[in-house]
Design a protein around this ligand. Structure first.
Ligand SMILES: [Zn+2]
Ligand SMILES: [Zn+2]
Length: 263
């Protein structure tokens, strides 16, 4: 693609429609599957693994879905701007897999994940640090008993901040289309799993290195209970390094992991 090929008409409306559809489908697939499996099919079998015992109110879930509809529109708008950046060759996005090595293909995914974790941690810290930004982040914290649908429940401005990671990555590092898609799947998976509210880890998984650096559903649910701690996304490096991991985290995690199913 080059700058000449992206036309306001018909490319702009076509890309907006396409990205709206892509984002909607991704959200419904990931959050919907988790919702059906955890909150319906396997609910009785897994309820003892729910970090916050008890189910969220129906009105709260409906409000998460409404907020997410706006997020999908914001993601599509930033997505179109990103497509334009790619077409105008402002990014390092590539389609020919041989342009860089296979080693770089896999490394680029790891680097993208680390950049995203860092972007998320620090923007999230800022969103909590100032009163005006806390107002921007308040919508996400309306979910005090998060569900898979919380994963896109943001105010429009916060959705915009979250979506900036896509152009930021493509400008910063060379990424192949499939590496980028892999990153999107990774992002959706952990966003939904950590908001779903069911602890899947076992004590042996989180005891030593690298498990102690891995964000768990318990860790993120604790952030929704008390916004002073646990700002990380996929990992806990930044929280452990900056002293923002809840002092109760390890005990709470163990207590959830050791809960047994009621007979
Ligand atoms: Zn959250
Ligand atoms: Zn927060």
């Amino acid at each position: 693609m080059n700058g000449q090929t992206f036309q306001l008409w018909p490319d702009l409306p076509l890309w907006i429609l396409r990205l709206l559809f892509d984002n909607l489908l991704r959200y419904i697939m990931f959050a919907g599957i988790a919702w059906i499996l955890l909150y319906d099919v396997f609910l009785n079998r897994l309820i003892h693994r729910k970090v916050i015992p008890g189910l969220p109110a129906r009105a709260a879930v409906m409000s998460e879905v409404q907020n997410s509809a706006v997020t999908i529109v914001v993601y599509a708008v930033v997505g179109v701007q990103t497509v334009w950046l790619v077409s105008a060759e402002y990014t390092q996005f590539y389609l020919d897999i041989h342009q860089y090595s296979w080693l770089w293909f896999w490394t680029s995914i790891v680097v993208a994940i680390l950049i995203h974790d860092t972007w998320f941690y620090w923007t999230h810290r800022l969103l909590h640090a100032f009163r005006i930004l806390r107002a921007v982040h308040r919508v996400h914290h309306e979910s005090t008993n998060p569900t898979p649908w919380t994963s896109y429940s943001f105010s429009p401005l916060e959705a915009f901040i979250q979506a900036l990671i896509f152009p930021l990555l493509l400008i910063t590092i060379p990424m192949h289309l499939f590496a980028f898609l892999f990153f999107l799947i990774w992002m959706m998976t952990w966003n939904v799993v950590n908001h779903a509210g069911f602890e899947y880890t076992r004590p042996w998984m989180t005891r030593g290195f690298p498990g102690r650096l891995w964000m768990t559903p318990t860790g993120h649910v604790m952030h929704h209970e008390n916004g002073h701690w646990n700002f990380g996304l996929y990992f806990l490096f930044w929280d452990r390094l900056m002293g923002t991991l809840s002092p109760d985290y390890d005990t709470r995690l163990l207590s959830v992991q050791h809960r047994t199913k009621a007979p």
